[in-house]
Write a protein that binds this ligand. Structure first.
Ligand SMILES: NC(=O)c1ccc[n+]([C@@H]2O[C@H](COP(=O)([O-])OP(=O)(O)OC[C@H]3O[C@@H](n4cnc5c(N)ncnc54)[C@H](OP(=O)(O)O)[C@@H]3O)[C@@H](O)[C@H]2O)c1
Length: 252
């Protein structure tokens, strides 16, 4: 019998990596994608050794459309029943007029264009298996905040397209879940603040943020519902965070 795989984009760190760890425990074979292939190779070795599953890894830069096409060409014979469309980023936190155009462009390229093409090319696989698409949006897609402009816009796009996909895929058996996290302590802020570690750390200080595993557990819960049950949209926040900007921080 053909092996069936879960496809995770952005599996080299944070939420994607945590999903890979948890899905491996659940015995799922996986296709992992990110630019940092050496990290994926390490993860593959660990997961195959500890869980006896099959893991395929692909070093793909999602900002290069031809790399996305080539990747789907490479996996065209594979059966895929889960897509966790997770790879994404925020860059900068300046006010709209002061942001660098290159940063805007990059967020649009990854969070919108690559995200959309990955979903489109995965759908034939998912229709065949009556599979499940999990999109990672954000609380930033529900509420705008200062310095969030284009990032918030890209995540609102993810939320809306998730709803549109639900409608277009009705009758196919394919489920679509939109997961919207609040603050999760991953490499996200290091990327946003371009390697400024102190600034990145400060985002998660004074309260207990979410951890990548919290999101992965929520995703696994959605995946493990009966096929007739679709969790459409889940907003998951730290207890200490009540909105995009309202975080209760204890002073040091
Ligand atoms: N952390 C939060 O507070 C938070 C909150 C809400 C939503 N989210 C969303 O959650 C998702 C995952 O973020 P995270 O928090 O886990 O951050 P992270 O630790 O920085 O992980 C981001 C992942 O995306 C991949 N990625 C980025 N650019 C890529 C590219 N050009 N090509 C291929 N892969 C690329 C990275 O892999 P490589 O660098 O190896 O390519 C990495 O694996 C994102 O969509 C983010 O917007 C995060």
């Amino acid at each position: 019998m053909d092996q069936v795989y879960s496809l995770i984009t952005g599996a080299s760190s944070g939420i994607g990596e945590a999903c890979a760890l948890l899905l491996a425990k659940a015995g799922k074979n996986m296709i992992l994608l990110a630019r940092r292939k050496e990290r994926l190779e390490e993860l593959k070795n660990e997961l195959e050794k500890n869980h006896g599953i099959s893991v395929l890894v692909y070093g793909v830069d999602l900002s290069e459309p031809e790399q996305i096409e080539r990747f789907f060409d490479d996996i065209r014979e594979k059966k895929v029943d889960v897509l966790i469309n997770n790879a994404g980023l925020a860059l900068g936190k300046a006010s709209f007029e002061n942001c660098e155009w290159g940063d805007f462009n990059r967020m649009i390229e990854i969070n919108i264009k690559a995200f959309t093409r990955v979903a489109q090319l995965a759908i034939p696989h998912l229709k065949e298996t009556e599979g499940h698409i999990v999109n990672i949006s954000s609380v930033a897609g529900i509420e705008a905040y200062e310095g969030g402009s284009v990032y918030c816009g890209t995540k609102a796009y993810v939320k809306m397209i998730s709803k549109a996909l639900r409608i277009d895929l009705l009758g196919t058996g394919v489920r679509v879940t939109d997961i919207a996290p609040g603050a999760v302590d991953t490499e996200f802020s290091e990327v946003r603040f371009k390697g400024d570690e102190a600034l990145a750390k400060s985002v998660y200080q004074g309260y207990t943020p979410l951890y990548a595993q919290d999101i992965a557990e929520t995703i696994l819960f959605a995946l493990q519902r009966p096929k007739s049950v679709n969790l459409e949209s889940i907003l998951i926040m730290p207890t200490a965070q009540a909105s995009a900007r309202r975080v209760f921080k204890k002073s040091p």
